[in-house]
Unconditional design. Sequence first.
Length: 160
Amino acid sequence: MSEPLEIALGNLLREQGWTIAVAETTTGGLISARIVSVPGSSAYYERGVVAYSKASKCEMLGIDEQAIDTYGAVSAKAARAMAVGIQKASGANLGLAETGIAGPIRGQSPKPIGTAYIALASATGVTCEQFQFDGDRDAIRNAIAEAALQMAIERVRGKR
């Protein structure tokens, strides 16, 4: 049985001497909860922010309100800005962010339920990927958290 992703990520961050900060919307703190469930995570976990509303994204992460109005809160542009915002605010080596639609109600976005964007910001730049997950609200939230942790692992390993 392979080790949980949060343990693998913690080991890699500790080896590199890196820190991570997380900005979450759809997962509501699930990514951060997984990271801090590992004993000793205070050595590499800098902070986490749940920025659910548009106002919180703008105030806490420095995202331009016009960008959200133009591209939407669930977009690559928003995820990238969130990742940069949390990295800049925290001074962490790695800024990890996600935004998506978990349903069951779609809300204002025309994007389908299960759409998610996960972004990583570091000294080497910002990357973002779009995902489409299936399942109910909990399954989608868990899938986003799993994919985000996997992306962070790959970045620390130098594969992203």
